[in-house]
Design a protein around this ligand. Sequence first.
Ligand code: ATP
Length: 501
Amino acid sequence: MSKYGKEIIIGVVPVVLAFLMYIGMNVLPILLIGVIGFSLLYMVRSKGTIGFGAGGGKAKSKGAPKYMTFEEIGGQERAKSELKEALDFLIRHEEIQKFGIRPLKGILLTGPPGTGKTLLAKASAHYTDSVFVSASGSEFVEMYVGVGASRIRDLFKEARTKAAKENKDSAIIFIDEIDVIGGKREGGQHREYDQTLNQLLTEMDGIHSSDAPRILIMAATNRKEMLDSALLRPGRFDRHIGVDLPDKKGRLHILRIHAKNKPLAPGTSLERVASETFHFSGAQLESLMNEAAIYALRDEQEEVTQEHLSMAVDKVLMGEKTDRETNNEERRRVALHELGHAISAELVRPGSVSQVSLAPRGGALGYVRHQPLQERYLYTKDFIEDQIVIALGGAAAEEIFYNGRSTGSRGDFEQALQLVGNMIESGLTSLGIVERQMVTREEWTKASSGILDELFERTKTMLLPLRYVFEQAVDTLIQEEMMTGSQFRELLRQFKTPTSA
Ligand code: ATP
């Protein structure tokens, strides 16, 4: 049919009918045939859509499983094995019934954003050969009372019908951001949330092991402490699985998964990227690989190189390069500030600088990227103090050279304050073992500024004798704009810098 076929038919048919009526013909049988014909056509078309199944058309938009396996999820080995163990309850349901074990109804996945909780839920559906339906907590939030509760009912209904249609005997319902509807009920204000949560609890209580399909609810949150205790009690979400940020091995695994469909240049080392991306989530690593490929395409190169990967790390960490024009005086100040961070870092943790850059990115005019020498999850007082010294290095350098600071240190101070807060709350200061509520604002401020003032002085005293190193290195940095960690260390070595404090 031509491009305008439909419009032509819509225009011509009424004209023909009007003409036939005008010449006195009975048009009723023609109309009837037309209606039947159109109905048949419509039915065939809609069946065609269903026939394409999960792969195409409408079915894809909601709840259609994009089947994914546990192998396609990088790292998270502990979470995966805990999850598989729990899912075996769903698979070995007959044995479980024999032993009189009550069915597992809810699994709660907790952890920071972008760590793969949704992926784990999807893989669970594949592992247990279940249908998968999903919703997000924020979808239940409506202005009208009762809508959230009826959406919960619909979700369970959808799971049951879908299982029947696809001939599956189990279904997984995944609710992301469960904290939106499952927050602590404190009475009064949030009646709509209460109704939604009550409905969820009622539906969960109605799940029995003998029911078909067997239903398992999985939920995800990064704020477990906010959840109402009714949700967490035995028989509801009583399996909690932590999904943490990946360690180096996990990051490498995730990078490899997302590098599979990208042409990597020979010699590129994903191991290097994995060690430079401490604290990155799976979602950030996926974005990093994507950005690296975009850089390669922009450069009109055939393959993704190490440099593209390194640029992508900066992009994900700091944001896109901005073309903020800085004048020479500003550039010099930024260079000295960044040298302050980098030199402090090399003094307290030799070998830890992985890049010094003067290219403005995101909100920063320059930055130093650090590489953890060793991944750690426990921090001593000395370690945190060194971290604060590195954060204050920029402001200390500005004081040495300009006798005053600039607004460029704002982010550094925020970071330093956060670190001091962590020290106080961990009982590592003269305040002793305290909680935030136990000390007055004045006491907190006094302890915090006392530590920061002392560390600021320590940083200045440490950098002052190296004034000449700054003076030698600043022009090279301004000229080069970007230096890798090893180039920077070579520069320091040339100026005979002592590399340890
Ligand atoms: P949120 O809490 O924000 O909902 P989430 O923990 O559910 O996040 P996902 O939606 O599962 O995170 O992950 C987002 C994307 O990040 C995935 O589509 C995938 O591309 C990537 N990703 C995250 N974790 C992993 C992982 N472990 N392995 C491979 N890819 C991952």
